[in-house]
Design a protein around this ligand. Structure first.
Ligand code: NAD
Length: 300
């Protein structure tokens, strides 16, 4: 049976670890936060006394951490006593966190230098997808390692794509979320423009959703209440996908834009708009709540 060390039991990692356990994998988990460890224990997950203790016995070390700096710190430890040193040679390091492409490549290099294998496998689908095991995984790394990880990924998700070599899972995620950020702003601008011109929300929704403006930001995450009852707009913009997470992902896209020199004006503008939103009224609201910011910025 595959033994998994699961490191990072937050909003996403907690339910993902539960799904692996339910699927019959031998999971031992750890989180720095005592509350996360307690919640995992209460869900039937075996909790280790430290991350290294979990990694020592593992075939796969799966990480679900906030950002790249947390991952590199967990891999390397304070003085070389991190996960990479603790694991047996040849262990598969599977990182599902959302981090920069360059950080994912650095993590893979560190793993290889320590005699291990590595994949970047960021997800989309949010907490609901983590709970229901319906996440989408975008995976970067060697084909053999992807095949080895597939049974685990299938226990946590539905759509699993091997995107290419190291870092290309993160690259696909950055591209996707850059489009998502841009389109959510575009749809919100269209609704505010329609309001000023006298269009009813439902009418504009019906037109755009059956025409060339159709997209996820409209048909699923519609930023005005009414047309899509399950969208956060009907629930006072409770997330969903919170403003700060979109700002973070657009920051990663910005890093990729800078390192490649691409003329991605809209991606950079979306990054600026969501950074301000996350620092202000969007700090704990869904990212579709950007429509209020747009509405308030113009004349009444
Ligand atoms: P979270 O903050 O809820 O959980 C992260 C956990 O990692 C925390 O419990 C923290 O204590 C733990 N942690 C940090 N450093 C650690 C270390 N060195 N060792 C052990 N534990 C450590 O975050 P989350 O919402 O679960 O997101 C995790 C990742 O998934 C992020 O990269 C995020 O961008 C990405 N993501 C999140 C969502 C979402 O909707 N929440 C959706 C897609 C992707």
């Amino acid at each position: 049976m595959t033994t998994i060390a699961f490191i990072g039991l937050g909003h996403m990692g907690g339910p993902m670890a539960v799904n692996l356990t339910r699927a019959g994998f031998d999971v031992t988990a750890f989180d720095l936060a005592p509350a996360a460890r307690e919640a995992a224990g209460a869900s039937g997950i075996r909790v280790a006394p430290s991350a290294s203790a979990a990694a020592r016995e593992a075939d796969v070390v799966l990480t679900m951490l906030p950002a790249g700096r947390h991952l590199i710190a967990a891999y390397s430890g304070d003085s070389g006593d991190g996960l990479l040193a603790a694991a047996r040679p040849g262990t598969l390091f599977l990182d599902c966190s959302t981090i920069a492409v360059d950080e994912a490549r650095r993590a893979a290099e560190l793993a290889a230098a320590a005699g291990h294998r590595a994949l970047d496998a960021p997800v989309s689908g949010g907490v609901v997808g983590a709970e229901n095991a319906t996440l989408a995984f975008m995976v970067g790394g060697e084909a053999d390692d992807f095949s080895a990880a597939l049974p685990l990924l299938e226990a946590m998700g539905r759509r699993i794509v091997h995107c290419g070599g190291h870092g290309l899972g993160q690259a696909a995620k950055a591209c996707n979320n850059m489009v998502l950020g841009i389109t959510q702003i575009a749809v919100a601008e269209a609704f505010v423009l329609g309001e000023r011109l006298g269009l009813e929300h439902g009418v504009l929704f019906d037109v755009m959703n059956n025409a060339s403006a159709q997209c996820w930001a409209l048909s699923t995450n519609c930023p005005v209440p009414g047309p899509v009852p399950s969208s956060p707009a009907n629930n006072d913009y409770r997330p969903g996908f919170a403003g700060p997470l979109m700002a973070k992902d657009l920051g990663l896209a910005e890093q990729a834009i800078a390192s490649t020199g691409v003329d991605a004006k809209l991606g950079l503008l979306a990054r600026e708009i969501y950074a301000a939103y996350a620092a202000g009224e969007g700090s704990d609201r869904d990212f579709s709540g950007i429509i209020d910011t747009i509405r308030e910025a113009g004349p009444a």
